[in-house]
Design a binder for this molecule. Structure first.
Ligand SMILES: [Zn+2]
Length: 624
C-alpha cells in the first residue's frame, strides 16, 4: 500500500472512531463549514476576530469614581457582515439587580458601569440597557461592518469601585485591583456565534486575543502593576527605585524594589500631581492592574527560554505585614522556571508575572490576585496554580465560561505535577486528594457525577467545581498514565502548538490527542468526560489456576482509572502490578488479571492513589 492510501485509511479510521463521541450540533456545523477539522486541527476556513484597545483610565483615590475612555479598533475576520456587537460590562456583576451564583456582602454592591458615550466610526451609537441582562449588552452599528473590514468603536464610561473586592475592587482604601473594568466586545465564535453569556461570578471569562495600550492616570506616590510592558519607567520611578526595578529584571535572587521605608520617605514615584502609567501588550486576552500607595514591591527573574536566553520577571506586591509574601517573588520565579522547563514544558510566554496580595485566588494575564496565608506551602501552591493558568486559558484562548474544565483542569494538573516536584509524591498526593478529589468522590449526590463535558453554563455549585477541577485533572493525568510521559508531552505540546492564540473546543482537544497519539482514545474520553461515571473499582473474586491465580475485577463506577494491585503472599513477599486505564479499554465493566506465580496468595488489594475510590470496602480480598 502506498503512503497516501495508508494515511487515508488511518484518517477514515479516526473519523469513524470520532463518531463515537457526542458532537454538539454547532460543532457538527463547524466541521461541515471547515472552520474546524475532525483531526483536531483548525480548519482551512478557521477565523476569529481581534481588536486593539487604546484605553485611558483615571483612578484618583480616595475618589472611588473611575473614569475611562477607549478606542477599540475591531477587525471582522468572519464571513458575515456585522450589524451589531455584543459588549461585556463585567463590573455590572456588582449591581444589586444583577443575577449571581451566590450571595454577596452589601459592600460588594455598586451601580456598575455607566456608558456615557459610544461611537462607531465617528457616528454616535445608542447603548440601551436591557432589563434582562446586566453584564451583557448590545450595540447596533449605524452601518454594517463588512467581512475583512475594521471599525473604530469608542466608549466613554465610569464606574464606582466596590468597597469589598471580589476578583477586582478595593483591597484596602488605597490599594485597588482594577480588572474587567472596560467595555469589551464579546467573542464571536465560528461555531457558537456571539457569546451572550451573562457573567454570574461562579463561571469565569472568555476573550479574544487583542492588543492593549492602557494608560492609567493615578496620583503621585502610587505604583501601578499590570499586564504589559511598562513604558517610560524612568519618568515614573525615582532613580534609586528605577535602578532596583531594572536590576530585578536580570536578577536570580529577590530584589526589594520598594520597601515600607521607601514609602515613608516618599522616594518611590515621580512627584507630579498625576502620573501617567502606560502599559503595552500584544496578542493577549485581557489586561488587569493594581495600584497602591503602600504595598511592598519585590522582583526577580529567571531564564524561561533556554534557546533564546529570554528571561521573565517574577514580581510580588504586598502589605509588609503579610509574612508569606516576603517569599512570593521567589515562589513566582520558581513557578515560571518549573512550568517552562517541565510541564507543559513551553517557555512562559510573557515578559513577567506579578502576584498581588488580595482576596481572589485569581489569574489574569501576567497577574495573579492571591490571598495571604499562614501556611507558606499553601501560599506557594496557590501561586503555582494561578501562574499555571498562563497556559490555559490565556495562551490557548479557552472559553472558561462554557468549558472551564479546559483551563481549571489543566491548572490543577500542573499544580499537582509541580507539587510533586516541590513536596515529593506522597505529600503532593495527600494534598491533592484532600483538596481536589475527596469533595467529589465522597459526595454521593448526582450533581458531582454529571458529565464533565456538560457546558459550565448549565452547572452550578459542586457539579461545576468537581467537573472543572479535580475530575478533569484526574482524567488528564490518567491519559498521561495511558500514553507515558513522552507521548503525552508530544500530544499536549502539539495541541498547544495547534491552538495557541485561538479558541479550541473540547472536541479540538480530544481529536488532537487521538491524532497525535495515533490512537483512538474515544473509549477513554467517553467514559471520563461524557458519562456520569465515578471511581469505584472492586476485586470480585480470585481463583487458583495451574499457573497461579486469576482475579476478577469489576469497574462499578465506570471510570477507567489507573490503580496499583498489590498481591501479598504467604511467605511475606509482595508484588505490585500497575493496572493502567487500558485495563478497561475492551470492557469497561469487567477485567480479568492473571497472576503467574508459584507462591501461595494471602491477600490482594487495589489502590488508586490520587484516583480515590468511592467504596474501598470492595478493594481487597483475602485468599480462602
Ligand atoms: Zn484556577
Amino acid at each position: 500500500m502506498n503512503r497516501i492510501l495508508i494515511s487515508i485509511l488511518l484518517l477514515s479510521g479516526l473519523q469513524a472512531g470520532a463518531q463515537d463521541l457526542y458532537i454538539p450540533r454547532d460543532m457538527q456545523k463547524a466541521y461541515k463549514n471547515e472552520t474546524r477539522a475532525m483531526d483536531g486541527m483548525p480548519g482551512r476556513n478557521y477565523w476569529q476576530n481581534r481588536a486593539r484597545y487604546d484605553i485611558s483610565l483615571t483612578a484618583l483615590p480616595p475618589d472611588r469614581n473611575i473614569k475611562g475612555t477607549e478606542t477599540i479598533t475591531y477587525i471582522n475576520n468572519g464571513p458575515d457582515s456585522l450589524r451589531f456587537a455584543v459588549v461585556k460590562l463585567l463590573v455590572n456583576v456588582h449591581q444589586p439587580e444583577a443575577p449571581r451564583d451566590g450571595a454577596v456582602e452589601k459592600d460588594y454592591l455598586s451601580k456598575g458601569s455607566k456608558i456615557d458615550k459610544a461611537t462607531y466610526n465617528g457616528m454616535t451609537m445608542d447603548v440601551r440597557e436591557s432589563p434582562y441582562f446586566r453584564t451583557v449588552t448590545m450595540v447596533r452599528f449605524p452601518k454594517a461592518l463588512a467581512p475583512h473590514d475594521s471599525a473604530k468603536v469608542t466608549f466613554d464610561w465610569h464606574y464606582e469601585i466596590s468597597l469589598k473586592s471580589g476578583r477586582e475592587g478595593m483591597i484596602d482604601s488605597t490599594t485597588w485591583f482594577l480588572a474587567y473594568f472596560y467595555p469589551r466586545i464579546a467573542v464571536l465564535d465560528d461555531y457558537a456565534g456571539w457569546d451572550f453569556n451573562e457573567h454570574l461570578d461562579g463561571r469565569e471569562f472568555y476573550s479574544d486575543f487583542n492588543d492593549y495600550n492602557v494608560t492609567l492616570h493615578v496620583p503621585k506616590n502610587y505604583v501601578v502593576w499590570g499586564t504589559g510592558t511598562l513604558l517610560k519607567a524612568e519618568t515614573l520611578l525615582q532613580p534609586e527605585i528605577l535602578k532596583r526595578y531594572r536590576a530585578a529584571l536580570n536578577a536570580d535572587a529577590t530584589v526589594r524594589i520598594v520597601t515600607k521605608e521607601d514609602w515613608q520617605a516618599k522616594r518611590v514615584t515621580a512627584q507630579n500631581a498625576v502620573n501617567d502609567w502606560e502599559f503595552r501588550s500584544t496578542n493577549i486576552p485581557d489586561a488587569a492592574f493594581a495600584i497602591s500607595d503602600h504595598y511592598n514591591w519585590d522582583g526577580s527573574s529567571v531564564v524561561v527560554d533556554d534557546r533564546t536566553g529570554r528571561r521573565a520577571g517574577a514580581f510580588a506586591a504586598y502589605n509588609d505585614t503579610a509574612k508569606d509574601y516576603h517569599s512570593m517573588a521567589a515562589y513566582a520565579r520558581h513557578s515560571l522556571n518549573w512550568l517552562s522547563h517541565n510541564w507543559p514544558g513551553i517557555p512562559y510566554p510573557y515578559e513577567k508575572s506579578t502576584v498581588v496580595q488580595g482576596y481572589a485566588g485569581m489569574e489574569y494575564p501576567m497577574m495573579a490576585n492571591d490571598e495571604t496565608y499562614e501556611d507558606t506551602t499553601f501560599s506557594r501552591f496557590v501561586a503555582e496554580h494561578e501562574i499555571a493558568h498562563t497556559y490555559m486559558p490565556f495562551y490557548m484562548g479557552i472559553n472558561e465560561t462554557r468549558y472551564g474544565f479546559m483551563d481549571e483542569g489543566w491548572a490543577t494538573t500542573f499544580e499537582y505535577l509541580i507539587g510533586t516536584a516541590d513536596l515529593g509524591k506522597d505529600k503532593a498526593s495527600e494534598l491533592f486528594k484532600q483538596f481536589r478529589v475527596a469533595g467529589w468522590i465522597q459526595d454521593e449526590s448526582q450533581a458531582g457525577d454529571m458529565p464533565i463535558i456538560s457546558p459550565g453554563t448549565a452547572l452550578t455549585m459542586q457539579a461545576l467545581g468537581n467537573n472543572e477541577y479535580g475530575k478533569a485533572a484526574l482524567g488528564y493525568l490518567a491519559v498521561k498514565d495511558i500514553l507515558g510521559d513522552t507521548l503525552f508531552r508530544r500530544c499536549l505540546q502539539g495541541y498547544m502548538a495547534r491552538w495557541n492564540g485561538k479558541h479550541p473546543t473540547p472536541w479540538d482537544f480530544f481529536f488532537t490527542f487521538n491524532d497525535i497519539a495515533g490512537r483512538n482514545l474515544n473509549w477513554f474520553w467517553k467514559a471520563w468526560y461524557f458519562d456520569n461515571s465515578y471511581i469505584d473499582l472492586a476485586i470480585k473474586s480470585q481463583k487458583k489456576t495451574k499457573t497461579g491465580y486469576t482475579l476478577s475485577l469489576a469497574n462499578i463506577g465506570g471510570m477507567p482509572a489507573p490503580s496499583d494491585l498489590t498481591a501479598t503472599y504467604e511467605d511475606g513477599s509482595r508484588e505490585i502490578i500497575h493496572l493502567g486505564p487500558a485495563t478497561w479499554e475492551k470492557n469497561l465493566r469487567e477485567a480479568t488479571i492473571n497472576l503467574d506465580t508459584k507462591k501461595v496468595l494471602k491477600t490482594v488489594a487495589i489502590d488508586g492513589g490520587i484516583w480515590m475510590d468511592a467504596d474501598e470496602s470492595n478493594n481487597s480480598l483475602a485468599a480462602q
